[in-house]
Design a protein around this ligand. Structure first.
Ligand code: SF4
Length: 345
């Protein structure tokens, strides 16, 4: 494997690995294929704005992803907005499943969804080559859930999608629950039971300042320590080791070994030191960090006729400038120019 370097003639050596100036190896690409969404979650969208950014053609995403894979990406996660809204998704997954990594292995293909359309798409996506899904679900109680999503009947639909995904073999099936004090912290214990009963991994996420409105404050964050303490009072927990160094969640099982939960704590237990992720937005811009203040117009260069080699070099250079970490809660912290629905998880 050629060390990560640039040749004298300023193009990247073939098979170089994506690393940043902090020595982190980047192997995880998150691709937003639309910023449209069929939900209006109160902590994410004001509900007024619709989609704000154009989408590329599926084959254009495939070309760009191919270039990242040439540079050592082994995991691709498809996100949105809501990716299941995107026509051609199943065929896109089929073509991604044919791609091989630098080590001649299949990509690890995952997708994050709100689950609303999952019931009918779970089996076609699995058959096409998708490995696993993460479903965003912020309450086990139907009333609380629908107050958050602002979509009537959504709780039953998402539950059906989760069960269809599990039946289709899109596992381990993860459930992401963003916790906001005053909205859904009363769902914590119920979700711990849900994880055991449904055989899914529930991951609680500390709320990050990435919403469209001005909801975020330190007081609204439910910290990891409180989540673990609350669950431990009803179902004693045992901490598990991470699957890999760049794992974002702290993992726990229960004292009887049945079931698993996780806590993603970017506010109180930041994990930037081992970050292995970069993102591609729905309109083809590279975001080297969720909280980047700048974006890098990869698609614009492709449209302008840049060769694959020139585009790989651009990706390589861009990733070398990846931010060391976020600065949430620090003086001078600036919210990113795009909110989460327009970046993708
Ligand atoms: S905030 Fe940025 S550096 Fe930190 S884990 Fe997230 S993407 Fe990585």
């Amino acid at each position: 494997m050629v060390a990560a370097s640039l040749t004298a003639s300023s193009t990247v050596a073939s098979h170089a690995r994506l690393t940043d100036s902090h020595g982190r190896v980047i192997h995880d690409l998150r691709v937003s294929i639309t910023d449209r969404c069929n939900y209006k979650c109160v902590y994410c969208r004001t509900g007024e704005e619709g989609a704000q950014y154009p989408e590329l053609a599926i084959e254009e995403y495939l070309r760009l992803i191919r270039l990242f894979v040439d540079l050592g990406i082994t995991k691709v996660r498809l996100t949105g907005g809501e990716p299941l809204l995107r026509h051609g998704l199943v065929d896109m997954v089929r073509q991604l499943a044919r791609m091989r990594t630098l080590w001649d292995e299949p990509l690890d293909l995952a997708l994050t969804t709100n689950g609303h359309l999952l019931d009918s798409l779970a089996t076609p996506l699995k058959t096409a080559g998708l490995n696993r899904v993460t479903v965003s679900m912020d309450a086990v109680d139907a009333g609380v859930f629908e107050r958050i999503t602002r979509i009537a009947g959504s709780h039953k639909t998402v539950l059906g999608g989760i069960r269809a995904a599990r039946a289709a073999g899109l596992t381990p099936l993860k459930i992401n629950c963003v916790l906001l004090r005053g909205f859904n912290e009363d769902q914590i214990e119920g979700f711990a039971r849900f994880a055991r009963e449904e055989g899914v991994v529930v991951r609680f996420i500390e709320f990050m300042p990435l919403e469209e409105g001005r909801l975020w404050s330190p007081e609204i964050v439910v910290p990891l320590a409180e989540i673990v303490e609350r669950i431990g009072r009803v179902l004693p927990l045992v901490e598990l080791p991470p699957w890999e160094a760049s794992e974002t969640a702290r993992r726990y099982t229960f004292s009887d070994g049945r079931g698993e939960i996780g806590v993603i704590a970017p506010v109180t237990r930041a994990f930037c030191g081992a970050c292995s992720r970069v993102r591609l937005t729905s309109d083809g811009k590279i975001r080297t960090c969720l909280f980047s203040q700048v974006e890098h117009d990869l698609y614009g260069r492709m449209r302008a006729g840049a060769s694959d080699e020139e585009l790989r070099t651009y990706i390589f250079r861009t990733v070398q400038g990846k931010e060391a970490r976020h600065h949430i809660g620090e003086p001078g912290f600036l919210k990113p120019s795009r909110s989460m629905v327009h970046i993708g998880g």
